[in-house]
Ligand binder design. Structure first.
Ligand SMILES: [Zn+2]
Length: 292
């Protein structure tokens, strides 16, 4: 498909060229035309809608510094992915969907920062299923679940807070230990790795099971402690990091990370409690009735 063949504006209809339809129909009935040529003829006549989505990170962390990504809107074929029970069960559905939607050859879903992935997912949801997103939220006051509607078009982009160094890393001095730490932001590949670990627990003293997801996340993020870039040394430092510093580091990562402003205000419709909480990004975004 050539560049000018892509339909960029939503709702912009191209006039049907009967000549082309006849060519396509004749080609489909001609067994001598190889499949890849047939696909090309059909693609030319029925192009998918493509679009360019701005990335909250502005591409600062990517090799070619691209600030936008080219995607295609959801199609009937994508709905097969969205209704595949296996994919939903193993949590890979959003990942597969992103992979399928991205038609940009220079950036993959794996390489994209989490905030950029969220921006593309929200965009696909809005174009595919509309602006009203029904979310199920647990009220911190009465502990009841309630549902409410979030407008996707109200979600603002959160730009990069400060510039990283030449390695794409940020510097921070931890308040309690005084350690000088350099960290990077996580991408799709890192998140997938962490979500695979999330089901596994570690056995602690006295056989108590606990999750070491927090440590694993730091291991991916922290690239340097006090000038030391050796992974084993960093691992040791992370396990000895004071709790206050751990919290400080997590909060600092959240501040610098570009993405979407997912925090919104909710009012519980059971007890009228008013509170701030995040808009969840789960497969429910595309499949509201999923039992997840
Ligand atoms: Zn409540």
């Amino acid at each position: 498909m050539s560049e000018q063949d892509n339909v960029i504006n939503l709702g912009q209809k191209r006039p049907i060229d009967q000549e082309k339809v006849n060519v396509a129909a004749a080609a489909m009935n001609n067994a001598e035309i190889p499949d890849h040529m047939l696909n090309q003829i059909v693609d030319d006549e029925f192009p998918v809608i493509t679009d360019t989505v701005p990335l909250p990170s502005k591409g600062v962390f990517y090799r070619n510094k691209q600030a936008t990504i080219k995607i295609k809107h959801l199609t009937a074929e994508d709905e097969n992915i969205l209704t595949s029970p296996d994919l939903i069960r193993n949590g890979k559905v959003l990942d597969v969907l992103l992979d399928n939607a991205i038609i940009d050859s220079s950036l993959t879903a794996d390489d994209m920062l989490v905030g950029d992935r969220n921006a593309v997912l929200m965009y696909l949801r809005k174009e595919g299923y509309g602006d009203d997103y029904e979310v199920k939220i647990n009220c911190p006051s009465c502990s009841e679940d309630f549902t409410t509607i979030v407008k996707i078009s109200d979600i603002e982009s959160k730009p990069l807070d400060s510039q990283p160094d030449g390695n794409g890393e940020f510097f921070i001095e931890l308040p309690k230990s005084g350690w000088k730490v350099k960290f990077r932001l996580l991408n799709g590949k890192d998140e997938n790795y962490l979500s695979q670990l999330s089901g596994k627990n570690k056995k602690g003293k006295k056989g108590v099971l606990y999750s070491n997801l927090l440590t694993e996340r730091f291991l991916l993020q922290v690239m340097e402690v006090n000038g030391n870039r050796d992974k084993l040394q960093i691992k040791k430092a992370i396990s000895n990091m004071p709790a206050l510093d751990s919290l400080y580091l997590r909060e600092h990562v959240a501040v610098v990370e570009p993405g979407l402003k997912l925090e919104t205000n909710y009012t519980c419709n059971k007890c009228s409690h008013n509170f701030d909480g995040d808009i969840p990004i789960t497969p429910k975004l595309f499949w509201p009735n999923a039992k997840i």
